[in-house]
Design a protein around this ligand. Sequence first.
Ligand code: OAD
Length: 232
Amino acid sequence: MEKIVILTGAGISAESGLGTFRDEGGLWAAHRIEDVATPEGFARDPKLVQNFYNMRRAQAREAEPNAAHYALAKLEREFTGEVTVVTQNVDGLHERAGSQNVMHMHGFLEGALCAGCGHRWPAPLNMKITDRCPKCKEVATRPDIVWFGEMPYDMEEIWDHLRSCDYFVSVGTSGNVYPAAAFVQDAARHGAITIELNLEPSAVVSDFAESHCGKASDIVPEWVEKMLSVRR
Ligand code: OAD
């Protein structure tokens, strides 16, 4: 059975109205990573961090999946083999488009995490610094987001997928953040055909066998149709 692993980044949700991080006017132009995406930033000013993710959670709930998300869900439904989406995105648009096999390596806006005991539960729309963990009752509620300096989720399982896939496809990611930026090298070393689909060549484009530039809503459905035309 053939196996496809698809890594997605902020670019796949750009046409759903959610800003990317490093494009002009992106999230990291308006907010300092140290302030809103590190455990130290959260310890310094939890309210600022809660507000940043409350805003992003509200935006994500308003957003709709676009043609690229729907195409990947269709691929999972109709491909004769196995399709796994490994996403760096925290917006939930893959699931809302119908993808079921999705791994959230950088966490999920709809999750709350207790910084004290590690318990996870569904996030309210507006998380507050006074929220208590429903399990240990400590006031230590944080967004279930992987911050810089923290270990991404499910890494063992993700490496296993990368080492056993036939195709590794990267969509809408700039190739600046590790370990995700190194996935292509690992998959290629283990024999996968590697394809990049992005608006512009990423920082790691030279590691891919093939690269296609364009909007995700155009090039992802095109690539999916090509795959399905021979493997449905
Ligand atoms: P970036 O903002 O770094 O990169 C987005 C990529 O998407 C860029 O290469 C754009 O050219 C491309 N892009 C923009 N619009 C597009 C479109 N319509 N179609 C296709 N591609 C498009 O976002 P990521 O690579 O996802 O981590 O960033 C990786 C991680 O850095 C994020 O998960 C986040 C961030 O810091 C954490 O917060 C831990």
